[in-house]
Design a protein around this ligand. Structure first.
Ligand SMILES: C[S@@+](CC[C@H](N)C(=O)[O-])C[C@H]1O[C@@H](n2cnc3c(N)ncnc32)[C@H](O)[C@@H]1O
Length: 303
């Protein structure tokens, strides 16, 4: 075998094994039969044998264990998106299978958890004593909207999406939620067609899912819909310190027709618009970084 051929074999073998290891880690993290990291390594002999080829995986699983559902769902989601990108079957977000959409939805529910547990409290938002109007742009299968409605009894959430397919899945989820579902309103709408002014206390926009050519217009629409003093939360591509991770996330976003702007690009835009008290929040390893900031109440505030 030539040296070049041997090198190519090594490269492909390494990538092949790494992608299956990622699937095994996702499987271990989402395995409801595993009550501990040690069990995740022993329940399934073949999976355990594969996972034990990764140095110190048990201690890594142990440190992720409290967040295993969120990290596992995020890995399932990235594997599904990667498989669709590899097969050339993803031309738009709507081309993903229902399962991939649901997996992405489950992964994105972590955003709702972070908004409720860390982001809103950091700014004094979503307290139970007053109604909060929340805008969820790109609501998809409605995982963020429904998780917010369940966690915050005073919240009324408007979820908009350009695509009727995930919205149909979202509608059926609402039907299963009973009374809570009554506080979620879904609209089949492009973010560029938002016409509301100052109508929301908190607005969520997942930047990597909005195409680059319209992201600035989309930001303007969402900011206009937010009341002065309202809280803007943006999902952004992570990996500032890791070029491979950043370019990997940018490629997946671009393949699905979304924006490749990084966290730093988004911070620049938010600062240019005079937003106040900007803070960053990490999600899961590899996952998006959330950028939060307050819309200035007046031009004087922004100055
Ligand atoms: C990550 S997915 C949805 C995740 C969502 N949290 C869930 O629970 O499924 C992003 C969504 O943004 C939507 N989207 C893309 N461009 C949009 C636009 N211009 N206006 C509104 N929604 C858009 C897509 O159709 C897709 O459903």
């Amino acid at each position: 075998m030539s040296d070049q051929r041997a090198h190519a074999m090594n490269v492909v073998n390494e990538l092949w094994a790494s992608s299956v290891v990622a699937a095994a880690v996702a499987s271990a993290l989402t395995d409801s039969a595993a009550r501990t990291p040690a069990e995740a390594l022993t329940i399934d002999d073949e999976r355990g044998a594969l996972l034990r080829t990764v140095p110190e995986l048990e201690s890594a699983l142990a440190s992720l264990w409290d967040d295993r559902s969120a990290v596992g769902s995020a890995l399932v989601s990235v594997l599904s998106q990667g498989a669709a990108a590899a097969a050339g079957t993803t031309r738009a977000w709507s081309d993903l299978s229902d399962d991939a959409m649901r997996a992405q939805g489950e992964a994105s529910a972590l955003v709702a958890k972070l908004i409720v547990s860390r982001i809103a409290p950091a700014y004094g938002f979503l307290r139970s004593d007053s109604e909060a109007r929340v805008l969820d742009v790109g609501t998809g299968v409605g995982a963020i909207a429904t998780a917010l409605a369940e966690a915050v009894p005073s919240a009324v959430i408007t979820g908009i999406d350009i695509d009727s397919h995930p919205l149909a899945i979202a509608e059926s989820r609402l039907g299963e939620l009973g009374g809570v579902g009554g506080r979620v309103r879904l609209r089949h709408q492009d973010v560029l067609d938002l016409e509301e002014i100052g109508a929301y206390d908190l607005a969520w926009l997942p930047v990597p899912f909005i195409p680059d050519p319209i992201i600035d217009q989309a930001l303007t629409k969402v900011i206009t819909a937010l009341r002065p003093g309202g809280l803007l939360v943006l999902g952004t591509i992570s990996g500032a310190q890791d070029r491979r991770l950043r370019t990997a996330n940018a490629w997946l976003a671009a393949v699905a027709g979304g924006s490749t702007l990084t966290t730093d690009d988004v911070i620049d835009r938010v600062n240019q618009r005079g937003f106040l008290r900007l803070k960053l929040f990490e999600t899961v390893p590899g996952g998006p970084i959330l950028v939060a900031a307050i819309r200035p109440s007046s031009d004087a505030d922004a100055a």
